[in-house]
Write a protein that binds this ligand. Structure first.
Ligand code: KG4
Ligand code: ZN
Length: 347
């Protein structure tokens, strides 16, 4: 079967073709909105309008790159939850329209399931056969920080999550405090690298509840903020104070933040591995998983605990159509189709 995957849950417009017989992503096209930098975050109204402008060309590009026609597609897999309702509606309505007009199948996909299974995709679009069940997956982005237990294709349950902010949000907000634009994760990584990933300021790691797999980043963000105020580099009303916010201070804050988040991730996942001895591997995905330092930290933690480590290729860590097409592929093989009443799930 040929599956066309469509992703429009936030500010990325993605489409991809997955061939279930070849077990390969034949093509993937993506449009990433850059305009939000002006506003310091994602603006839902702008997001959904941009989805509407781009979805047609992105789907056409995915089909052309895969050398297939729309008529050859057997099923349309589309993200219908969770996400921004206006953005989700664009993908769902588009997919429903095509499926209905061509009398083809449709499958609604959970965006988070897409992220978890993106860890099976290799750079060349083939499927990694080495990732064995059961494994745990950490999905960390600007919107979520979740640990799933994964027992099989489509068999996943959430076993931990953030109690407040997402990890990506902590990177984005601290980057803003340091006077940088949105999104800030890659900037923080670059600054931290310049000073060798040292822990200069030893920010609080938060309280640990040994019975719970959870994360908390809100206190960390506040700790950074008050430390900057104490150093005279930030004012609550006017923002960053450039004379005091030297390049060295920016690098040291970024580095301390990154090391702290590395510690928090490693600690939570190490405790999870101890709790679930049958787990063979750890998988890492979501926009934050683009971070090479965090990948290396988690890989070292896995090696220490005798587990294997898998991370999605950076292009499949951030929102994309390929992960949706791949999940659509195994759902189609399992016969799990929806009907044309498929709708966006709110909330
Ligand atoms: O998955 P994604 O593209 O979108 C959602 O939020 O769903 O993730 C974006 C997030 C942003 O918070 C961004 O700062 C973060 O991923 N990010 C990074 C890096 N690249 C992107 N965080 C840390 N290090 C990076 N290299
Ligand atoms: Zn996402």
């Amino acid at each position: 079967m040929l599956i066309l995957g469509i992703e429009t849950s936030c500010d990325e417009t993605g489409a991809a073709v997955f061939d279930t017989a070849a077990q390969k992503i034949l093509s993937h096209a993506l449009y990433s909105q850059q305009r939000h930098e002006l506003y310091g975050g994602v603006v839902p109204e702008i997001g959904s309008r941009s989805q509407l402008e781009k979805i047609d060309v992105i789907i056409q590009q995915a089909l052309a790159d895969a050398h297939v026609t729309l008529e050859q597609i057997d099923a349309f897999a589309v993200t219908n939850r969770p996400g921004l309702v206006g953005s989700l509606l664009v993908g769902v309505c588009f997919a429903k329209g095509m499926a209905w007009a061509l009398n083809k199948k449709i499958i609604g996909i959970d965006h988070l399931e897409g992220h978890v299974f993106s860890t099976f995709l290799k750079n060349d679009g083939t499927v990694n056969q080495e990732l064995e069940f059961p494994f745990i997956a950490l999905s960390a982005s600007g919107g979520h920080t979740i640990v799933h237990m994964v027992q099989g294709f489509g068999q996943l349950s959430m076993i931990g999550q953030t109690l407040d902010d997402a990890a990506g949000e902590a990177f984005d907000k601290v980057a803003k405090m340091l006077g940088f634009g949105y999104p800030g994760g890659a900037t923080i990584e670059k600054l931290a690298q310049q000073v060798g990933f040292h822990d200069f300021f030893k920010y609080p790691r938060g309280k640990k509840n040994p019975d719970q797999i959870s994360f908390s980043f809100s206190g960390l963000k506040t700790a950074v903020l008050y430390d900057l105020i104490k150093k005279g580099a930030y004012d609550l009303t006017t923002g960053p104070i450039t004379e005091k916010l030297t390049e060295t201070l920016q690098q040291q804050v970024a580095s301390s933040l990154l090391v702290c988040i590395g510690d928090i991730f490693c600690d939570a996942l190490e405790r999870t591995l101890k709790k679930y001895p049958a787990v063979k591997s750890v998988a890492f995905t979501g926009g934050v998983a683009c971070n090479k330092y965090l990948r290396a930290r988690l890989e070292a933690m896995c090696a220490k605990n005798g587990r294997r480590f898998f991370a999605a290729p950076p292009m499949f860590c951030t929102d994309n159509g390929a992960m949706i097409a791949f999940v659509g592929g195994y759902k189609a093989e399992q016969g799990l189709f929806d009907d044309y009443t498929l709708d966006v799930v709110k909330g």
